[in-house]
Design a protein around this ligand. Structure first.
Ligand code: ADP
Ligand code: MG
Length: 700
């Protein structure tokens, strides 16, 4: 039901729309961000200089003037029944409109003395009531969108109308029936929606939020558990996991597998041998040795006559995998009727957006003829020209950049009627357990915890804008290069503009070549370079012909050059924690001492927290937890991940308990009613949340 039905002006409806509020339901689910309890307050008469306090007071006087520099200054006086208090705002001309005389608001700030009077300067303000408005003792404050001017009192009025409208039209359906609610001690939805907006006291708002938060997580978990079960019901491929190819591959490795590699390989092969399609996550920190595990699985598919695909998020990484495949798989053969010896080498092909058309055509022919065993590529794999007919396994590397829909596309890549291939998702971003329930709740999990032997700890240091300390870092690069080692310099991230980023990287490359690193052999690598140039830079670096690679984040994932021992990340404050951790994982691979210098001048508390966290710990799991705390799940995993847009009250990792609770309840509900035939409102809401890519979820 569109919000315009609530008797508001089209102009106001337009503003609400700017805030993403289009339907009556949107309005009802636009929850207060916080509450003020007016019975708990500081009295102005009692305030002391230096004290931080929240006062609830009415605006008595407000006026604007200009400073000599032309800045807007707003002078106000507010009164709370005990005394008057001066409030001053600088550069916030809009306050005059927000706070007309008679408005009641909460003012939070530190009390200062100015010309012998007490004053709050630029306090945090929440409007509680406009002149003459009657509100309860507990008042909710709504999140405002920067773009739209919708006042709190307007929102409150619209919400009230919406609630009345709901009551007049038969009330709100509740996706949780009475027995579930009783069992879980949850309030009903209508009560909760009403009380989240208009609680009589803080306890009511708490109970309302508990119910609504649980419901958000339950919807997601029903979708995820449903998807997991639906996939398990499909007809998959029974791979021949016992065979020569895999054992020859392992015998040819220059190192023994770690215990964790053995264990995860067993888990994966057991899935592949079974009837149901595999849908598994392989999680392991940077450098934990996922590549060997992935190729084992791919070869297991090949030895049974299937084709395997490996998809990477960037061209550089796809190329890297392609290159390592040629050395990893050297000497391995498969049976082939058409040849003299009855066998031919395992054949791997690369497919990215840069693959020329002629090569693509050849690839199609090879795929059809079964002459290509493994295909490695980027997103281009998703939309290939021809079905990969004998597709038996898809490995997706660095998964957090791919969404659920893309996983589904790949699964369908065999074409109509083809069996459903197995899917193995690999991620180096350590995912805290609770978040994993959200992001990968539809996957089984395998984990590489143990690192291969020979990895040295990396000394990580955050360096502010201090030329002397920075020079020390460059000196270390020069020393290491003298000792035959190599280094990375990572250039600042420019959000949303690969072109500017590339330009900046080029400038930095030229500057370093002329100044700090002159005399060393520098290479440049950025996303805007042509594929052959990129390849040449990477190959030169790998071969040791380049001492220092100046690069953008294209090197973030998967680049494996054990001889690199120093990394400088410039503009480190702009990177997310998991990105920094990934970058950091590019050094320390060769067994010698390694260093990672984060050049960063954070301008926000978040940026500072990230750099601090990086220099405090190298434990990927701890960092991932911190990252979630600092940025929130939506930011970390991308809003697009199914359902994050739906988290309005829920927050990860704070609500870890809710996630596990909802998981358990979702499983119980689906055990009992797999098609949700007896839970129609719940079913409808989950389908609504996940969109139509999941039609197949709840049908028998
Ligand atoms: P990631 O999990 O980050 O993809 P890689 O698969 O690239 O890690 O492995 C990192 C490095 O460790 C590579 O140089 C690889 O050859 C090496 N490696 C992998 N497994 C072992 C092992 N069992 N013993 C020793 N080195 C190993
Ligand atoms: Mg890797």
């Amino acid at each position: 039901m569109p919000v315009s039905k609530l008797g508001i002006t089209p102009k106001l409806a337009g503003r609400l729309s700017l805030m993403g509020l289009n339907s009556v339901l949107d309005v009802l689910q636009h929850y207060p961000r916080r509450y003020h309890d007016r019975t708990v307050r500081a009295e102005i008469a009692e305030l002391e200089i230096g004290q931080e306090a929240t006062v609830f007071a009415e605006v008595r006087r407000i006026a604007s003037r200009r400073s000599r520099q032309g800045r807007a200054i707003i002078d106000a006086a507010v009164y709370d029944g005990t005394s008057l208090l001066n409030v001053v705002f600088f550069n916030q001309a809009w306050r005059e409109r927000q706070l007309p005389v008679g408005t009641e608001a909460a003012f939070f700030g530190k009390v200062e003395a100015y010309k012998g009077k007490r004053q709050l300067t630029n306090p945090v303000v929440d409007v509680l009531a406009k002149l003459g408005e009657n509100t309860g003792t507990v008042v909710g404050v709504y999140p405002q969108s920067g773009k739209a001017d919708v006042f709190t009192w307007q929102l409150r009025k619209i919400v009230a109308t919406a609630l009345e409208w709901v009551q007049a039209n038969g009330g709100l359906a509740d996706p949780l029936d009475g027995s579930i609610r009783r069992e879980l001690k949850l309030m009903n939805r209508e009560w909760s929606i009403e009380k989240v907006h208009r609680p009589a006291d803080l306890d009511e708002s708490r109970r309302a939020r508990r119910r609504l938060r649980f419901e958000e997580f339950l919807r997601m978990q029903i979708g995820l558990v449903g998807r997991k079960r639906a996939i398990a019901e499909q007809q998959g491929i029974r791979h021949t996991v016992e065979g020569d190819l895999v054992s020859e591959f392992h015998a040819g490795l220059p190192f023994p597998l770690t215990g964790d590699q053995h264990r995860t390989i067993d888990e994966i092969l057991a899935d592949m041998a079974s009837d149901a399609p595999m849908h598994r996550l392989l999680q392991g920190d940077v450098g934990s040795g996922k590549t060997v595990v992935a190729f084992t699985a791919l070869l297991a598919a090949v030895q049974g006559g299937y084709q395997g695909a490996l998809m990477a998020p960037t061209e550089v990484l796809a190329e890297q995998h392609y290159l390592s495949s040629s050395s990893l798989l050297a000497g391995l053969t498969v049976r082939s009727e058409g040849t003299l010896t009855g066998e031919r080498p395992v054949t791997t092909r690369l497919l990215t957006n840069r693959t020329p058309a002629s090569e693509r055509r050849r690839l199609v022919v090879e795929l059809e003829a079964g002459e290509c065993d493994l295909i490695i590529g980027t997103h281009a794999l998703l939309y290939g020209d021809a079905p990969i007919k004998r597709l038996g396994l898809v490995v997706i590397d660095e998964q957090h950049r791919f969404g659920v829909e893309q996983r589904a596309l790949l699964r369908a890549r065999g074409g109509d009627g083809a069996p459903v291939p197995d899917v193995l998702v690999m991620t180096a971003t350590p995912i805290p357990r609770t978040a994993a329930f959200l992001i990968y709740g539809d996957l089984d999990k395998s984990e590489l915890r143990e690192m291969p032997p020979g990895r040295a700890p990396v000394t990580t240091e955050w360096i502010g804008p201090d030329p002397v300390a920075r020079e020390r870092a460059y000196q270390l690069i020069r020393d290491e290069v003298m000792a035959g080692r190599q280094a990375f310099v990572v250039c600042p991230l420019v959000e949303g503009s690969p072109r500017i980023e590339a330009k900046d990287a080029t400038t930095e490359y030229e500057r370093l070549a002329a100044e700090e690193l002159s005399g060393l052999r520098l290479g440049l690598l950025h996303g805007q370079m042509k594929a052959p140039d990129k390849e040449a830079a990477m190959a030169g670096f790998r071969a040791g012909e380049i001492d220092v690679l100046v690069a953008t984040t294209v090197i973030e994932v998967g680049v494996d050059v054990p001889n690199a021992t120093v990394m400088i990340v410039d503009g480190a404050e702009r990177f997310g924690l998991s990105q920094l951790h990934q970058l950091h994982g590019r050094v320390g691979r060769g067994g010698g001492s390694s260093w990672c210098f984060l050049f960063g001048d954070p301008t926000t508390p978040d940026g500072e927290a990230r750099l601090q966290a990086m220099s405090d710990s190298t434990d990927g799991f701890l960092l991932a937890e911190r990252d979630l705390e600092i940025r929130g799940a939506g930011e970390v995993f991308g809003e697009k991940q199914a359902g994050f847009g739906d988290l309005k009250l829920g927050r990860i990792p704070r609500d870890a308990r809710y996630v596990e609770w909802a998981r358990k309840v979702a499983e119980e509900i689906l055990d009992d009613d797999p098609e949700l035939a007896r839970h129609t409102p719940l079913r409808e809401e989950v389908e609504d949340l996940l969109g139509d890519d999941v039609e197949f979820l709840f049908k028998s």
